[in-house]
Design a protein around this ligand. Structure first.
Ligand SMILES: [Cu+2]
Length: 164
């Protein structure tokens, strides 16, 4: 075994220990990655997101702050996406996490739509009847429109990293 490979393995083992010590907590506190070239209400916003996966369920809590207060009352779509947040590259987040072979719905994907409050905050929770496997999703994407029954929610605006 060469030195590089053994170092990589040590790193993987160390990550495993950290993950176990934290009880596999899934948590993120970060500015939204701006993935839209246009001005939108998520510019300059940041979020705290967390998730718990156990007993056949996944629960996700999303809190967004410093949204544009002049857009209070506007409802934005948000979902757990498979890919990562990459600034100026909304496509990098790939598609919604979805139960394999299922039709898009709030029971087969994780929908976290929220309404911008007068204080510029947004809050959403979702509890879904499936477990998202470790590594199977990496972000929450906020969209320009409320999520429609098909799962469509318009342009991608801002992205919150959340590593399952
Ligand atoms: Cu989405």
């Amino acid at each position: 075994m060469n030195t590089h490979r053994s170092m990589v393995m040590v790193a993987i083992l160390a990550l495993g220990l950290v993950s176990t010590a934290a009880g596999n907590a899934i948590f993120s506190k970060a500015p939204l990655s701006d993935v839209s070239s246009l001005a939108d209400p998520t510019d300059g916003a940041w979020a705290v997101a967390s998730a718990k996966v156990s007993d056949g369920r996944t629960s996700v809590v999303l809190n967004v702050k410093d949204l544009d207060r002049s857009e209070a009352g506007r409802r934005l779509g948000a979902h757990v996406h498979i890919g990562p947040c990459v600034a100026e590259n909304g496509a990098a987040a790939l598609g919604h996490y979805k139960v394999a072979g299922a039709v898009a719905s709030p029971e087969t994907e994780v929908w976290l739509d929220f309404t911008i409050t007068n204080g510029g905050t947004g809050h959403a929770t979702a509890v879904v009847p499936f477990e998202i496997a470790p590594g199977a999703a990496q972000s929450i994407m906020v969209h320009a429109l409320e999520t429609q029954s098909t799962g469509f929610a318009g342009a991608r605006l801002g992205c919150i990293p959340l590593e399952f």
